[in-house]
Each structure stands twice: as C-alpha cells, then as structure tokens.
Design a protein around this ligand. Sequence first.
Ligand code: PLP
Length: 635
Amino acid sequence: MKNSWSAADAAQLYAVDAWSEKLFSVSPEGEVTVSLKNNQGDSVPVSLMEILNGVRERGKAWPVLLRFGEILESRIALLHNTFQAAIADIGYQGKYHGVYPIKVNQQQEALERITRFGRRYHYGLEIGTKAELIAALAYLHDPEAYLICNGYKDAEFIDMALHAQKIGLQVVLVVEMPSEVGLILKRAEILGIQPNIGIRARLRTKSSGHWRETAGDKSVFGLHTAQVMAVVDELKAEGKLDYLKMLHYHQGSQIPDIRSIRDAALEASRIYVELVKEGAPMGLLDLGGGLAIDYDGTHSSGKSSCNYGIEEYCVDLIDVIKRVTDEHDVPHPNLITESGRAIVAHFSVLVFDILDTNSFYPKDDPLPIPENAPPTVKDFYEAWEMLNEDNIQECYNDAMYYRDQLHQAFLHGSVTLRQRSLGEQMFGHLIRRLSQMLDNGESVPEEMSELKSFGVDFYYGNFSIFQSLPDAWAIGQIFPVMPLHRLTEKPTRKAVIADITCDCDGHLDQFMDAHNVRHSLPVHELRDNEDYLMGAFLVGAYQETLGDLHNLIGDTHIVSVELNEQDKIRYVQEVQGDSVGEVLEFVEYDLKQMQKQFREFAETAVNDGRITTAQLRESMQCYVDGIRGYTYFEK
Ligand code: PLP
C-alpha cells in the first residue's frame, strides 16, 4: 500500500534522536541501524535486522541481547575528551581520570573491553566488594590508572588492595565507616605499605531523581562532617595524616537535574578545601557517579531523563571546583568520576519477538442480532444503529451505561455467558466506531477519556521484564522500546507490551516521547508467518546483573557484534542463554533426581495401565528435551 509515511516520520514518532545519542537511527528502508566504527574510524550505519538475520542463521532463537563493544569505547572516549576539553577551556590545572564502577555492568566482556580500550586514557575501575576487587585485578594493569576501593572492608579486602598497590596500581582505600581507619592502618603496617586513604563524605545537598530521598544527609553511605573530622583527628593522632589523599562523594545514580550536580560539587569542594587546610596532602577529588542519560527523550528533570548533556556536566563541575579552590589558593585537585550508566547503557539492546496480540476491539463485523437476545444486548445494537457525527457523546454515555447493565444482569443470572459475550462484542464494535469517528482516538474529549484505553492492545513480547528490564518493574524506569523494522509503514495500532511471565507487573506501559511520556506504543499489525521484532534500548547499565529468575525464566542468548576489516558484520562472541535445566539448578534442583522422580511417577501409570511402555518412553523423552530447552517461547 502506498502511503505518505516515511522512515523519518517513524524516527520522529519514536523520538530516536532524543534518546539515541546518534548511536541508533532509522534507515530510509525503515530499519533501525546502529552506528559502528570501521577500521578507518568512520561511523557506518548497520541494520539491526541484517545483524539479526545472521543471528538466526547461527541457530539462535529470540530473545537475544545484542552487545556492541565499540559503543563502550566511544562512550569512554567521549567522556574523557569532553573533560579534557573543559579543563583546557577553563584553564583548570588538575587532570581528569575516569574510573568505571564495575557494579554497573559486571559482565566479563564489559570489564575486559573497558580496561583494554581505557588504557590509552588511564581509565581505572571502582570496586565495592571483594569479588569486584578480584575481578578488577585480573584486568586492570595500568600503573597510571586508579583503583578506587569503596564498600565495607574486612582485613582480607584491605590486604588484597594493598598488595595491588605494591604490585603497581594507584589504589585508594575509601573510608566508608570511621571504624575502617584503624583496620587500614593496622594492615598497612603489617604489610609495610603506605596506603592512600580517601574519605567518602555524606553531603547535605539535596539530590534529584529516583534516589533523591536516600541521598544527601539521609544517605546510608559516607561520613557526616563530625565523622570526617574524627577521621582527620585519628590520622593526626597516629601521625598518618599524610595518607589522606582523596575526598569522595556519590550523590546517587541518574541525577536528572544539573543544578543538584553543581550544588553537590560546591559542597564537596568546600569540604576538600577544609581538609587541605587541616594539613592533609589530598590531591584527588572523586565526584562519584550520577551522570544521567535521557532514556525517555524528554530532556527534562524527570527521573528517566536529564536536563543536561555530557559537555554541560563536565564544564559545570570543573567551573565550580576551580572557583572554590581558587578562592582559597588551594591547588586544583585531580578529578575522578565514577560514571557507569553513561558509559555502558548504550552498549546492549534486547531484541524480542511479538508472539501474539490481544485487542479489545472485535476483529470481525457485528453479527446480526439474534431473535432471542435479551434487552440489555439489544440496547447495544440500537446504539450502534443510531450512532452518527451528531450524537457521539450520547452514544458513548449509552454504551457505558448498557455495559454496566449487562454486567449486573449477568450477576443476577438473567443473562447467559453466551449472551454476555454477544453484548460485550457489540460494545466493542460500538466503541471502535466511536473511536474512528474521533480521529482514531486522537481527539477524544476529556468526558470520554476512558475511550482511549479501549484502543490500546496488548502485544505479548517474548521476554521477561524481571530478567531483562528489572528497573522497569522495580523503579518505573522507562527504556526506549520500538519496532526494528517496517518503519516505512505507518503504525496503525497502539499497544502496551506484556512479557511472558504472566505476572501482573510483567508489562511496559510507559514509553519514550520527545515531549511527554506516552502510555502506549504505536505498533504495526502482525503479519502471518513473519516475525515482528522489537528492541529495548539502553539496557547495558544495571539490568543484566539485577535481572532475576522470576518464573524461572533465565538469561537470554547474547551476541556481540562489531565490523571487520571489510566493514562487514563480525559476530565476535556468542553466549548461549540459560536452558531450563540450568535455571532449575540455580534454584537447587537436582536434575538427575528430578528425572528419576518423574520416571517413577510415569511407571505408576504403566503399572495401572493408563499408558503403555512406549508412551512412557515418549513422555520421558519430552521431559528430558524440556530440560535442555530455552526458557523462552520457542517456535
Ligand atoms: N559510584 C558509586 C559509589 C556507586 O554506588 C554508583 C552506583 O550507584 C556509581 C558510582 C555509578 O553511578 P552511575 O551509574 O550513575 O554513573
């Protein structure tokens, strides 16, 4: 069908430019593309559908998580270079050192790639647990990169960090609790190492975004000012104040409002200056994470967005710190940031297929009214027949009234289930026609606002929110979601995307938009025997590790992609998703024992004559195949 809809219209509809940072776009052929760098360093748009065809040929079924390692690298370069440019512009004397907080994406591929590529910028790592420390030490071997050790530390943790310092890393042990100071001094003395100590301060400044209430002086972590001074006094008393090198704070993740970022940097700069005046050598100011990304594309201070870009972030921080330190003639500290989300979010895309749809509107035309239809059902037919441009509101009111009447009649037993179904179908026809008369639901007056919700279908996606987009469920985070193809066709449906968990919370009903968040997503009609593939974007931060096995749905397949020397797609790494058996083993089942128990159960059926021995073998085979299968819907 010829229509005036173009790929550019689709890009606008799904606000692609607003959330994608130019890493994803829509091709003139109507497919979503990812921008990958080739050998010459030029950006080449690569169709996700082309990538997915290769994934299919490799025998992988949907859903699949695509990873683009090169995007990680471009984000590190962007952050580093933007800080460098701001430092040069503002005439700041200190240096910038980025560190990547492992917790944001702990997958081996991410860690390896960040440390390998980051070496040219002396990009370091932030860790908060012993396991993260052990992982970091296998990959971070750059003597000029920082290893920031946050988290509560026991002697084993401190010893390992001190060993790393001895071997040649720039390790900073950050004091999260006053009681840690004594232990750090003790272990350092035993190992004969002079530690670099940092203090994590709990700022009074109000934060913004989702973690607003648990940041600032209500924060679980960090020392309040009396504790900061107690640590300084303890170090002085021990004659070890020269160990104090760094002030650190972390306002929380995804800080949407630049003002609170500036305010926090101001407070931290003042504390920093005071610590220098106390006689500590200092030299490092670690501003933590918080650099937000615009998930919903609104460029606002909403919690899934941000009202600033990376450049403004870098300039504002440096400007504030310079002013305060200049005021007191204190040398400009070297700056560390612990950006995680802004580095890894764009790195992965979840791809899933739509399995089925459920529409409120009936598909077929209304049936002729049966002779014996009860009055409540006939009322709908009458409203349907009399509906015209002049009585839309009246017919809407009637329809809503008759629907309640029908329900009441069913509860009283005066209407059968079949009659009720007939009445409800007729209600659906009536509402659809009303909606069409109101510009396909676009110009629904406030008095008929319920009409809007009838026009929204359920599209069932082959994925689990709890496994792949846990923040959508846990904190109402919006992720950009859109079809990956058919974008030269105007979408004719609106949908809420449900997952396969059958959990009432397992659906997405908030979507990106350039102005306001929308509550349904424009989508296309499904076609017979053709996959309809959707992508959930910006899922590289926090989602993989936070995802859980709700409903025993496991990890998806993972495929990592880059361009080869001929600018062709190269499938760098493939990781098989969890099988049913693996997921069951995670939750302590013994697969052999389970097969034995199922066999015993089936044997009783053979004994009782309910099934034959051949049928027992078939059932056993089915059980074993099920254990080996993917946890997602397989076609
Ligand atoms: N640093 C610390 C101490 C954190 O707890 C976190 C996560 O909240 C981060 C850095 C990463 O923050 P973001 O992902 O907002 O950059």
